[in-house]
Design a protein around this ligand. Structure first.
Ligand SMILES: Cc1ncc(COP(=O)(O)O)c(C=O)c1O
Length: 393
């Protein structure tokens, strides 16, 4: 189950000029994905957009089949959406909120999701309850179990947060949700593409993800999966003539399946490209990808932890390929700029993206390095030595 790293790098022209350690931001797509997108754009230019979409019907159908295989769902449970935030929104704002409903969540929840919690709290009098973390920083599953009551309408969890290597125990949370019969929305934006994510194993009802991160799809693409038995319980916040049918002057019906969460107009080339990116990941194998990225991330953490003044900030027992750290006396953006000067892509994770967790730990900003399988051990070591060389004496 080992990956052919040379082949993966040959497929990724960007690896020849830069060290891409910002795959949690946006990963460079491999050649087959880029070709799928540009081929479709040129087909649109030659024969017209609608005509090109008709010709690309098999590739568009493959998008649903591939994503269904990736997450273990059914093709008619998948909606193509332009990013993870809107995918998540289509499920979340589809819930028919009532005054007094409770949302149970965790400190690692992504900022955009939390803002939506606050919005429904203001609009409908919904209560938002962050569940405490366990000693390792993951959601405390026993505390979650104890917190579920008759008013609990939703458990919303971020699987892997934007600001660190924590992997929340999504399946244990799913077991709690199932036992109490509570709907469970999983933000899998950072986990899909870097580890196996299976909706049956996890036991979630709704799952959102983006295309451009660890899946290596085009920017401006994402998807939503909704369990078939959950679909009719949601009222999509927006409908159009694809997601619904206008039956008579004063009647409409939502489209069957998860299509009701889609929109007529969209980035067709991107959808084909994301389908291709999913096929690429499936061909490599998610278990092999997970093993490789966790090995690289472990090496990176170890190297950074050995530098004076550098503190690795990742939480959790199980760790993903997101490595965050602080450097005494150097702001995160200065560290990222220093790495960029050496051709190393990194990013800053700021308090607003995961406010509850960052405030609880007294953190304002973190440097984030996120390797993918095509990175080499040598690149990891270069990143560590570049950070080391920049330290004040
Ligand atoms: C955990 C998590 N959820 C959601 C999102 C939002 O994804 P998108 O930018 O595709 O809407 C991000 C983006 O960084 C994220 O890290």
């Amino acid at each position: 189950m080992t990956l052919d790293i040379d082949r993966c790098r040959a497929d990724t022209p960007g690896t020849s000029s830069r060290v891409h350690l910002n795959n949690a931001g946006a990963s460079p797509p491999p050649d087959p994905v880029m070709r799928a997108v540009t081929d479709h754009l040129s087909l649109e230019a030659r024969i017209g957009g609608y005509e090109a979409a008709a010709e690309a019907a098999p590739a568009l159908a493959a998008f649903y089949d591939n994503v269904a295989r990736l997450v273990g769902g059914r093709p008619d449970e998948i909606a193509y959406v332009e990013n993870a935030t809107r995918a998540w929104d289509m499920a979340f704002h589809g819930i028919r909120w009532q005054r007094g409903d409770r949302i149970l969540t965790h400190a690692a929840e992504y900022g955009s999701n939390y803002i939506a919690f606050l919005q429904v709290a203001q609009r409908f009098g919904v209560e938002v309850v962050p569940i405490a973390s366990d000693a390792d920083g993951a959601i405390d599953v026993a505390a979650l179990d104890a917190a579920v009551d008759g008013r609990t309408r939703l458990i919303a969890l971020t699987h892997v947060p934007t600001n660190g290597g924590l992997v929340n125990p999504a399946a244990a949370v799913g077991a709690v949700a199932r036992r109490h019969g509570v709907a469970y929305l999983l933000d899998a934006c950072q986990s899909v593409g870097q580890m196996p994510v299976d909706v049956a194993t996890i036991g979630c009802d709704m799952l959102s993800a983006t295309g451009r991160k660890f899946l290596r799809g085009p920017r401006g693409t994402g998807f939503l999966w909704v369990r078939s038995t959950m679909i009719d319980r949601l009222d999509p916040p927006f409908l159009d003539i694809r997601s619904a049918e206008w039956l008579s002057r004063d009647r409409y019906a939502p489209a069957p399946g998860a299509r009701r969460f889609e929109c007529f107009e969209g980035f067709v080339a991107g959808k084909i490209g994301l389908g291709r990116a999913v096929a690429y990941a499936l061909d490599l194998g998610l278990p092999a990808i997970a093993e490789r990225v966790q090995g690289l991330a472990g090496r990176l953490r170890e190297g950074l932890a050995g530098l004076p003044g550098v503190q690795v900030r990742d939480l959790g027992r199980q760790r993903a390929a997101i490595v965050t750290f602080t450097v005494v006396g150097r702001p995160a953006d200065a560290v990222v700029a220093g790495l960029a000067g050496h051709g190393i892509n990194a990013s800053v994770s700021s308090v607003g993206a995961t406010r509850l967790d960052m405030e609880a730990r007294g953190l304002d900003a973190l440097v984030r390095l996120s390797p993918h399988y095509f990175n080499t051990e040598d690149e990891i070591d270069r990143a560590v030595s570049t950070v080391g060389d920049s330290l004040p004496n």
